[in-house]
Design a protein around this ligand. Structure first.
Ligand code: BTN
Length: 267
């Protein structure tokens, strides 16, 4: 196993600002927590924090994120977007696309995006994103984008075994963590600059949709106001999922409000 170092990341970056301030920690609570501390201290946009292991890794919906040493890419990047707070959730979709591209470029593998921001291979999750934001009035203050990629994990806790997988388990060879981390950050800088210009996902929508595992499939929308099924068409420029219901009507599903499952399982 190769240890991550600041040098191994920096030498692979082609960015102007993303990842240029970089910290690699050994064991930490959560890279999102550590990155948030640096944000409060005034560190610049693009500050990147990685850890070999997290003992309080956080997932979405208050879940924990299993982050054993030396096996994953557990990283958080600090953004200070000049946009209204209600647009910041789109950054989560951008990060998923960046991680997808990073893995494809570095490893030649082809994970797919499960809307809004999981990456899957063969129906199992290999990457999750947790975005946390500090708002000032209705403006996005700073945003911490936390990316967790199951690179070289070989065992998962019992309850995750049929839902999670790793690049190593899927490809049969060890993944190069520094290469993937840097390629993801390189992609994120490009996508993010386009997002700031357009203030939405219009310039990445097509690419996102091409990599969307749900596209063209039946989905079950778990809406607190009442679930329904339909055909998934892809995302809008705002990152909503367009679903054609069986009565012919078209609905745009917002992330956060509902979750989407395949009719036969997670994907
Ligand atoms: C999810 O539940 O799908 C989101 C998982 C996000 C995990 C990453 S690992 C790096 C960063 N630090 C954390 O504590 N969480 C994110």
């Amino acid at each position: 196993m190769e240890y991550l170092t600041e040098e191994s990341i920096l030498s692979r970056l082609n960015t102007r600002w993303a990842g240029r301030a970089c910290r690699v920690l050994q064991d930490t609570d959560s890279t999102n927590i550590q990155c948030r501390k640096l944000a409060e201290e005034g560190w610049p946009e693009g500050t990147l924090v990685l850890a070999e292991s997290q003992n309080a890794g956080r997932g979405r919906r208050g879940r924990t994120w299993v982050s054993p040493p030396g096996t994953g890419i557990w990283m958080s990047i600090l953004l200070r977007p000049d946009c209204p707070a209600d647009r910041a959730p789109m950054l989560t979709l951008l990060a998923a696309l960046a991680a997808e591209k990073g893995i494809r470029e570095a490893e030649g593998l082809e994970p797919m995006i499960k809307w809004p921001n999981d990456l899957v291979m063969n129906g199992r999750k290999i990457c999750g994103i947790l975005t946390e934001m500090k708002t000032t009035d209705s403006h996005a203050g700073y945003v911490i984008v936390g990316i967790g990629i199951n690179a070289n994990l070989t065992v998962f806790p019992e309850e995750l075994r049929d839902k999670a997988t790793s690049l190593l388990l899927e490809s049969g060879r060890e993944a190069d963590r520094a290469e993937i981390a840097a390629a993801t950050v390189n992609a994120l800088e490009k996508y993010y600059e386009r997002f700031l210009r357009e203030q939405d996902l219009s310039s990445v929508r097509e690419e996102y949709n091409q990599n969307l595992v749900n596209r063209g499939r039946r989905v079950h929308v778990l809406d607190p106001a009442g679930g329904y099924e339909g055909w998934c068409l892809g995302i809008t420029s705002a990152g909503e999922l367009q679903v054609r219901k069986d009565d012919g009507s078209l609905v745009s599903v917002m992330s956060g409000e509902v979750s989407v499952r395949g009719v036969y399982g997670y994907v």
